[in-house]
Write a protein that binds this ligand. Sequence first.
Ligand code: UT7
Length: 338
Amino acid sequence: MQSNDKSRHSCTCSIIGTGSYVPVRVMTNDDMSKIVDTSDEWITSRTGIKERRIAAADEATSDLASNAARKAMEAAGVTAEDIDLIIVATVTPDMFFPSTACFVQKKLGATNAVCFDISAACSGFLYALTVARQFLNSGARKTALIIGAEKLSSLINWTDRNTCVLFGDGAGAVVMRCSDAENAPGRVLSAVMGSDGNLADLLKVPGGASSCPITPENVESRPNTIHMEGRETFKHAVTRMCHAADQALTMAGKTAKDIDMVIPHQANARIISAIADRLGVPEEKTFMNLQKYGNTSAATIPVALDEAHRSGRIKRGDVLLMVAFGGGFTWASTVMVW
Ligand code: UT7
């Protein structure tokens, strides 16, 4: 699926505020090595991750999401009443239903919003951004709050060293609006999305839902935790992300030389390096914060975008390439001018 604002619409969708939140508890690689047979050396060299954040027992995904959202709303200068669309991208909802977006609505007091979640794993935030753009471009909604939020610690098998060292908790949010100004800051130039359900088994949480409810018989095998074929996922991630990035750049009328910063999904430093290498983008133009947070799935890109903005790594007018890959498999890429 591909879309390009300029081809059909006179209004321009722009991100007008960003925010992020990570839980206070830090879990280091050395902490991990006390739980499973691993080491700081293995985790750092194979993934780039040094530590991750773990939410408190009484902290749900909607709490992380609401904290990030408040910061994004403050940065955008909008009130809760201004928000008329809330989309939360998550694979760790508070409950099966209601949606996490509805809990966020309640916590923010955003009474005018229509609310729903999107399930696209690590690509979820870019999927949500594109869905929100359709609402704004069509004029159906005016001010969207788009959030990627995860409490992946609730899906971790803490005895599986292949996966438990990789993930963390966090949330990032943006406020998006349409404006008539063609050169509005934060404007989205292009977006591509794709999926391949044939490869669903390579990265999944197989149990706990309708196809495999948790029973006294299967609970010991922990089907309600993340299962991943790491090497296969790695290969597909690099290929799909590079292809999606190429497509999004072409659609935006840009080349790799135009990119000021790549804000990629943060799963593995080696994946990010491979993508930068294949695209021909120097490493210093690649944003990386996975050493602090690990893989926070749908939250990685909005957290990284917020950090890149607040730290001054990106400035107004910069061309940004965002690219993601995740369970499904799903992938997505967006080019924007900051
Ligand atoms: O966010 C959605 C997309 N997700 C991704 O893109 C993740 C993609 N995959 C990866 O990032 C990497 O495949 C991993 C980081 C998950 C694994 O790295 P790898 O280089 O592919 O390692 P591997 O799975 O092939 O395992 C190599 C060895 C194995 O030992 P043997 O069989 O060679 O003796 C593993 O048992 O490393 C072992 N191993 C570990 N050793 C110490 C696996 N996990 C650990 C660990 N500590 N935590």
